[in-house]
Design a binder for this molecule. Structure first.
Ligand code: FES
Length: 75
């Protein structure tokens, strides 16, 4: 789904910028996507998606930390 019409950025582009490039602020997302803010209409939605993506990564990391580690030699 397109989030930023001016730059044709999708929710996937924003998720990638947040999780792979570490973008946390709208300007960092635009920078990671090699474009610039134009009308600014998308900024609120873009920021909400960044927060959602970061939260998802944190939950996944926490789940991975809490996974049981198989005993060596067990199989
Ligand atoms: S919709 Fe994103 S800058 Fe215009």
């Amino acid at each position: 789904m397109y989030i930023c019409i001016c730059n044709a950025l999708t929710d996937g582009d924003i998720h990638h910028a947040a999780t792979v490039n570490g973008a946390r602020r709208p300007l960092e997302v635009f920078e990671a996507c090699r474009c610039r803010v134009q009308c600014g209409t998308c900024v609120r939605k873009l920021l909400a998606l960044v927060k959602q993506s970061v939260a998802g990564v944190e939950i996944a990391a926490e789940a991975a930390e809490n996974m049981p580690v198989p005993a060596q030699g067990a199989a």
